[in-house]
Design a protein around this ligand. Structure first.
Ligand code: ACO
Length: 271
């Protein structure tokens, strides 16, 4: 059954990965966490995958951790089992945070608690207006763990983060966008088209520059200005060691060939 907890298709450079336990509102049990890591492994270095989109089957994105299988049944097996299950969940979220390809969360429905881990792990996030988000931990008597507190503190204002965590109240996609928990919210029937449009923008960019940029955005937040300046010089030089021709070609097509303008779009990386 493990394979069936995650579904995916690859189409025109985009890997569409889906939480696939719709009858359980895509809550994350240990089998799903293990399978998700395998799927991320399989997709990360494929040449036909340029962008990964994470969404959910049915009317949920993810109802957070599985209270029965991830919490109660695992705790019944002892601390070793608990730590193992935590490692499996946190492991694939971490893998996603530093994924080789740009990633987009396409939040089609319910998103609770532990779901904030993979939500934050995705570089960009687009939600349906109809989606519903909550840190519901407080409603069943725990603090928002597994990184969820860190996610709202990093993304929201202190007042919004505090209100969200203390009340456990639902917010819809529109409010999630206003609070900057996601980039944008739009009607569910338009969500996939918009995500496809954004993915296609990313597919046109230099992939080495995309990876260097997404890592830089995540890394520099915790650095002083001087440390960031130094890191960014070194990160670009490291990127050059993978692809030193791309940026030269980008300059050539603009300055010599005059075939595009970097201020208005990407150079043609096929040439
Ligand atoms: N853990 C375990 N089972 C779950 C979870 C979950 N997080 N979410 C849903 N399910 C199960 C239900 O128990 C039910 O199982 P059953 O069919 O065997 O009875 C099935 O999924 C469908 O759920 P319903 O509650 O019947 O679906 P409904 O559409 O009415 O409600 C809702 C959806 C609001 C998402 C509700 O299921 C819910 O509140 N789920 C829990 C959300 C939550 O607080 N998650 C934990 C966050 S904290 C954390 O992740 C650390």
């Amino acid at each position: 059954m493990t394979e069936e907890t995650v579904a995916f298709d690859i189409e025109d450079g985009i890997a569409w990965v889906r939480f696939n336990r719709p009858e359980k509102r895509n809550c994350m049990n240990p089998a799903l966490n293990r399978r998700m890591m395998e799927v991320l492994d399989q997709l990360e270095y494929r040449d036909d995958v340029g962008v990964l989109v994470l969404s959910g089957e049915g009317n949920a994105w993810s109802a957070g951790m599985d209270l029965k299988e991830y919490f109660r049944e695992t705790e019944a097996k002892g601390l070793g089992a608990v730590r193992k299950a935590q490692g499996e969940a946190y492991g694939w979220w971490r893998r996603l945070r530093w994924y080789r390809k740009p990633t987009i969360a396409m939040v089609n429905g319910w998103c609770f608690g532990g779901g904030y881990g993979p939500l934050f792990a995705c570089d960009l996030a687009f939600a349906a207006d109809e989606a519903q988000f909550a840190l519901s931990e407080i409603n069943w008597g725990i603090l928002p763990g597994g990184g969820a507190t860190k996610v709202v503190v990093d993304l929201l204002s202190m007042r919004d983060a505090m209100y969200h965590a203390l009340t456990g109240e639902l917010i819809d996609g529109r409010k999630a966008a206003a609070w900057k928990l996601v980039n944008e919210s739009l009607p569910l029937e338009k969500l996939k088209a918009r995500v496809t449009e954004v993915a296609n923008i990313l597919l046109k960019k230099n992939p080495v520059a995309l990876k260097a940029t997404k890592d830089a955005i995540r890394r520099v937040g915790e650095m002083t200005y001087d440390n960031a300046e130094d890191y960014l010089v070194r990160a670009q030089e490291a990127a050059n060691s993978y692809d030193n021709d791309g940026r030269k070609e980008g300059i050539r097509q603009f300055i010599d060939e005059k075939s595009y303008k970097p201020g208005l779009g990407a150079y043609d990386k096929a040439r």
